[in-house]
Design a protein around this ligand. Structure first.
Ligand SMILES: *Cc1c(COP(=O)(O)O)cnc(C)c1O
Length: 393
């Protein structure tokens, strides 16, 4: 058969259309609505970090291919960050890898560690790149659904245990969790760790919201017994420092794991973001006050939007972390999140995202809708005022 005689997009990717964010952001532009769909801050991060990038560019640092594992300054800064916040020791030369954002770290981890046919367990709803990356790696994804419980979503540990089979290769964990805002508790993490050890599984943990946690603590899974040699920990500068466009992420883990991930990563981008790597090294060394400041700022914004959504008639799952709020639209007499989100810009000038896109079991996610609160206070206040007109209309 000729090249044009069959579908152009291969079978592994055919199920994945354009992301919902493209559709919803286009809708926001067309209608002039406030975009609380996609999770990017509407103000840049610290001025001194931006200046550090300018300095690196001007001084000619990172303008040519940086070293494959990342510039030494950033690898040292990542190591120091893990020590300072969690008391974890990593060797900057063998246990740290700089990536093109957490997105590439996730892709490279799965491409490196998964054989075709291996099962990969992921918490559902999941970040949209997980399913596509598992598919590109030839793996089979096995969703474990987070269940709504009062004003939060909970991981059912029995469901997680039951999902493990002889073909399970790894658990792809995300805490703090996008889109539900759930932060796994110490006991839940301990149970995940025990299961991984008992069944001899690898765990890839996406911890990009590690500093955006409110009123509770983030604990890296790697700190639990038996996890040091089987955990690939992923984080990124995008969310912590409000520079999502820079795409500087990192992997930390045992040398064998980091070497494996690097084998895939070197043929994806090889390297990226040279001058920004130097700037992120400076960002990671910012005093505690910076990290507490962004957390407190986002907690206030969470409360502003959560209270507004409650007043507007939504059931709100108050997030313990991330910069997203998941809501249930059923109190508004609605059941279909897709239809609701497509009509919301016309109805009240706000854009949100239907959580169903983050599910395999779309019926489970149908009544849930996600709003981002990483926006300026006046923007959130305006959005809240607009959403309040929903009940009236
Ligand atoms: C934003 C996000 C990422 C992507 O991080 P980048 O550093 O921008 O690639 C990965 N995982 C989750 C859960 C996210 O929300």
């Amino acid at each position: 058969m000729g090249a044009m005689g069959r579908p152009l997009l291969n079978r592994r990717l055919a199920a994945f259309g354009t992301t919902i964010f493209a559709e919803m952001s286009a809708l926001a532009v067309r209608t002039g609505a406030i975009n609380l769909g996609q999770g990017f801050p509407d103000t840049d991060g610290p001025e001194e970090v931006r200046e550090a990038a300018v300095r690196a560019l001007r001084d000619g640092r990172g303008n040519q291919y940086p070293p494959g594992p990342g510039v030494p300054e950033l690898r040292a800064a990542v190591t120091e960050h893990q020590r300072r916040w969690y008391g974890l020791g990593f060797d900057p030369d063998t246990e740290v890898l700089i990536t093109a954002g957490a997105t590439e770290a996730i892709a490279a981890s799965l491409l490196a560690l998964v054989e075709p046919g291996d099962e990969v367990i992921a918490l559902e709803p999941y970040y949209d790149s997980y399913a596509a990356c598992v598919a590109m790696a030839g793996g089979a994804r096995v969703p474990v659904t987070l269940r709504p419980d009062g004003d939060t979503f909970r991981l059912d540990l029995d469901e997680l245990r039951a999902a493990v089979t002889d073909r399970t290769r790894l658990i792809l964990l995300n805490t703090p969790h996008n889109p539900t805002g759930t932060v796994l508790t110490h006991d839940e993490l301990a149970a995940v760790a025990e299961l991984a050890v008992e069944r001899d599984l690898l765990v890839v943990t996406d911890e990009v919201y590690e500093h955006l946690v409110f009123g509770t603590e983030h604990t890296p899974l790697v700190s639990f017994p038996g996890m040091r040699e089987r955990t690939v920990t992923i984080s990124s500068s995008g969310k912590t420092f409000s520079f999502t466009g820079w795409k500087v992420g990192w992997v930390t883990g045992a040398p064998e794991l980091v070497t494996a991930v690097r084998s895939a990563k070197q043929y994806l981008t090889y390297v990226s973001a040279g001058p920004f790597q130097y700037a992120v090294a400076e960002a990671l060394a910012l005093p505690d006050a910076y990290f507490h400041g962004i957390r407190d700022d986002l907690r206030a914004k969470r409360d502003l939007l959560a209270d507004g959504l409650t007043d507007a008639g939504f059931h709100v799952f108050r997030p313990s972390g991330t910069y997203f709020i998941t809501t249930d639209i059923r109190p508004l007499g609605e059941t279909d999140g897709f239809a609701f989100c497509r009509s919301l810009p016309e109805r009240c000038g706000v854009v949100a995202v239907p959580n169903a896109v983050f599910y395999d079991h779309q019926d489970q996610g149908s009544p849930f809708v996600r709003f981002a609160f990483c926006k300026r206070e006046e923007v959130l206040a305006d959005a809240v005022a607009r959403l309040k007109t929903l009940a009236a209309g």
